[in-house]
Write a protein that binds this ligand. Structure first.
Ligand code: ATP
Length: 198
């Protein structure tokens, strides 16, 4: 099985690429979804969340109170505290998912993460794909998608790394400044190269 990481800034088109690959038969795992899964299933993480952020971290039915935790992390400036609890558990959780995908017979495993280059264990994925788009296009697309304001999106972009400077760290760069159809076509061509490799 070929393992692939996908990264890029807010609104660059990562999820769109991953959706296309999922349609083509890849097993796609999103880092945010995996983090949420770790937060509800790992007893040590659950305890640390409650100790750090309080009982309100979970709803009465045991599900994650994502709104509360997002507010604590992003509005109260406690992202580092949240990451310190969850991040150490991510490599093992991702490894379990890779094993599961292989057991289920998938040819291609895809891991989508904005912080991939920061958190990647060297050699843990076969290929890294970076999705890039011009900032004005990203802002415009996210505004349409989330109804966030121009300023909010600018602010979020300013907190991310400059992905344009990361092209040398990756195996494939997808430039997403054209139409959605063009993006999907580029994704398909790269997917075929993975298929040839597996
Ligand atoms: P985030 O990190 O914020 O989750 P992302 O990198 O996963 O963003 P997508 O969700 O794939 O980005 O794309 C952002 C929005 O822009 C989506 O609504 C998507 O449909 C749209 N979009 C992506 N590429 C294009 C394109 N080439 N033309 C028009 N719209 C696009």
């Amino acid at each position: 099985m070929v393992t692939v990481g996908v990264t890029g800034g807010i609104g660059s088109g990562k999820s769109t690429v991953c959706r296309r690959w999922s349609e083509l038969g890849a097993y796609v795992l999103n880092a945010d979804e995996l983090a949420k899964q770790v937060m509800v299933t790992d007893p040590e993480v659950k305890k640390a969340l409650i100790d750090t952020f309080g009982e309100a971290s979970f709803n009465g039915d045991g599900s994650l109170n994502t709104e509360y935790l997002a507010e604590q992390a992003f509005e109260k400036g406690r992202v580092k505290a949240l990451n310190a609890i969850v991040h150490p558990k991510m490599p093992a959780a991702a490894a379990r998912e890779i094993k599961k995908a292989a057991e289920q017979g998938y040819d291609i495993f895809v891991y989508e993460a904005a912080l991939l280059l920061e958190n990647l264990e060297p050699g843990s994925l076969d290929y890294i794909v970076l999705v890039l788009a011009d900032e004005d296009k990203r802002i415009n697309r996210v505004q349409k998608r989330d109804s966030s304001s121009f300023e909010e999106i600018k602010q979020r972009i300013s907190k991310q790394r400059d992905f344009e400077k990361a092209t040398e760290k990756v195996d494939h760069v997808i430039r997403n400044n054209g139409t959605l159809e063009e993006l999907k076509k580029k994704a398909e061509i790269i997917y075929q190269s993975f298929k040839r490799d597996e």
